[in-house]
Structures are given as structure tokens and as C-alpha cells.
Design a protein around this ligand. Sequence first.
Ligand code: PNS
Length: 135
Amino acid sequence: MRRAIFPGSFDPLTMGHLDIIERSVDLFDEIIIAVLNNPEKNPMFSPEERCRMIEEILPGVKSGDCCLRVASFSGLTADYARKKNATAIVRGIRAISDYEYELRMALMNRRLEPEIETVFLMAAEEYSYVSSNLM
Ligand code: PNS
């Protein structure tokens, strides 16, 4: 069973996130879209609203044999991935500007959970500059 988590704020989920999900489904048997409960970031939508919005669009996602789930979590991504017995953390890279932040996060997550691999996928070009807070 290859289980991954795809963590993020998803405030809200964008077409770019959806593109990453659709690219991940052939790599894993199960992907948990893990919505960070991050009140200190002053999010536009509550974790419940973000999860509900994602659940509403999931039936339209081409997921093949991969099971897609949605859940919210608090605390550290690495802890959550371990608790869920995930072997990978999926993250999307849009442009080179994402790289340094993602690298730092991946190295920290690896230090916390050396057995869990971060898998980076490149978003489609048309989503390179799409973000949740700069549409
Ligand atoms: O969608 P985002 O805001 O780019 O996602 C960032 C997220 C939620 C993946 C990141 O902030 C995160 O993992 N937060 C949980 C706290 C944590 O694990 N910190 C240590 C790794 S830097």
C-alpha cells in the first residue's frame, strides 16, 4: 500500500493543486489531501470549509485506482504523515521561486521523519503563477 499525504493550506484549493493531485494518482494507492488547521495564518476559509470544498470537487478528479481522501490536521506535517503510515509527502513546485522554501521544508521533514520521502511534482506551465492568495 503506497500512501502519501499532500499537505497544504488550500485556502482555497486552486487549479494548480488539482493538477498536482491528478499527476500524483498514478504514483500512489491512496493520497490524503491534508488541510493544515493554521489559525495563526488568519485563513480566509475555516478548515471545515476548505475540506468541504475539496470533497465537493473530488468526484470530478480523474483518480484511476487511487483512493483520494481529505482530512484536516494540526501540528507538524511529518508527525501527521507518520501517524497516517504514509511513505511520502507530495508537494508541487510551480516556479524556481518555490524551490528554496520547499527544499527547507523537505529537509526539515526528512530530519523529523527520515523514512518519509518528499516527492516534488511540477505543476503544468499554465499554473506556474496561480496561487491561493494571488489569483
Ligand atoms: O499550502 P502551503 O501554505 O504552502 O503549505 C505549507 C505547509 C502546510 C505544507 C507547511 O506550512 C507545513 O508543513 N506546516 C506544518 C508545520 C510543519 O510541519 N513545520 C515543519 C516543516 S517546515
